[in-house]
Design a protein around this ligand. Structure first.
Ligand SMILES: Nc1ncnc2c1ncn2[C@@H]1O[C@H](COP(=O)(O)OP(=O)(O)OP(=O)(O)O)[C@@H](O)[C@H]1O
Length: 301
């Protein structure tokens, strides 16, 4: 069997008070786009800082391409495309001098990938970083991570602060890199970007690995909530009482319905009631976690 390209072995860092990461062991294969999902404070950034060799593990270890992330940190940091969760810039620099500085550090001579990325993210890097908006700083961080087409990318919440158009640009970029065979480890709060890009995802909670799931399996578990508006209250009451639907709530003319797989059937039923409006929302990632693992962090399904 091929050894994992990125490997964590019993990785542990105990900050006290139950905070930190505990006994994390899993591997990411070459060419895989791997998501790392978990609620706030779950330990995602701490894990990523270990992978980049910024912190010494208390026990256990992690490796990228067979290199120990801590003892060979310089090598890792030079070859991996990295985006930090909170990017520490030398704020007095202009965007372009910062990018040139990173390119020099990484030994990237051909600057064409920087130009392409700036164009893709519609970013003018001439101004000083300290005067840039959060989204612009995030784009600078992304250009720095993706420049020179690294074969491994480690990204901590890559679309934080980006508007939906730029989030889509990021997804397109990642899919292109996936096609070219890059290996990606990416933390995120946004289910959709993980769903569109990742092969598998690890779920972490309170510093512990809860599960590793194929993205397709996780998507199947996700509910959609439809809010249908009918002509009058009586029709709404009748719909809720008579039909075999998973009704969440009835309020006046509006009925909220949870739909898992049976969408065609639900739509057929609703058509009989001649709705005046139909709205849909997807279950949030947090709701999905609760549904899947329960309050105690144990798998229900
Ligand atoms: N250097 C530190 N000293 C003490 N506690 C820390 C330290 N770094 C992180 N923590 C704590 O460890 C836990 C995990 O933090 P971490 O930043 O890894 O979470 P995260 O999953 O990235 O969260 P978020 O989604 O909010 O960014 C948090 O409770 C945090 O307060």
């Amino acid at each position: 069997m091929v050894p994992p390209f990125i490997e964590l072995t019993n990785l542990t860092k105990n900050f006290g008070n139950g905070k930190g990461i505990f006994d994390l062991s899993f591997g990411v294969q070459q060419g895989e786009v791997f998501g790392f999902l978990g609620p706030n404070g779950a330990g995602k950034s701490t894990t990523i800082r270990h992978l980049m060799g910024f912190v010494k593990p208390q026990s256990g270890s992690c490796q990228i391409m067979g290199k120990d992330c801590f003892s060979q940190a310089a090598l890792i940091q030079q070859s991996v495309g990295y985006l930090a969760g909170e990017i520490a810039f030398i704020e007095d620099m202009s965007g372009i001098s910062y990018l040139n500085f990173i390119a020099d550090m990484k030994g990237i001579r051909d600057r064409s990938s920087i130009r392409d990325l700036l164009y893709r993210f519609e970013l003018n890097p001439r101004g000083k970083i300290k005067k840039m908006s959060k989204g612009m700083k995030q784009k600078i961080g992304l250009v720095a991570a993706f420049m020179g087409d690294p074969s491994v990318l480690i990204l901590d919440e890559p679309t934080s602060g980006l508007d939906p158009l730029m989030q889509n640009r990021f997804v397109e970029l990642l899919l292109e890199r996936k096609k070219k065979g890059s290996t990606v480890f990416m933390s995120s709060h946004i289910f959709e970007e993980v769903e569109k890009t990742c092969n598998r995802t690890a779920i972490i909670r309170e510093g512990r690995l809860v599960d590793i799931v194929q993205m397709k399996e996780l998507s199947k578990l996700r509910n959609r909530i439809y809010t249908v508006t009918l002509h009058d209250k009586e029709s709404a009451q009748r719909l809720a009482a008579v039909e075999q639907l998973d009704i969440i709530n009835v309020c006046g003319r509006k009925v909220q319905i949870r739909v898992k797989k049976e969408l065609p059937n639900t739509l057929r039923v609703l058509a009989n009631y001649q709705p005046t409006d139909l709205q849909t929302e997807t279950q949030s990632l947090e709701e999905l976690f609760l549904h899947y693992y329960g309050e105690g962090g144990h798998k229900n399904a």
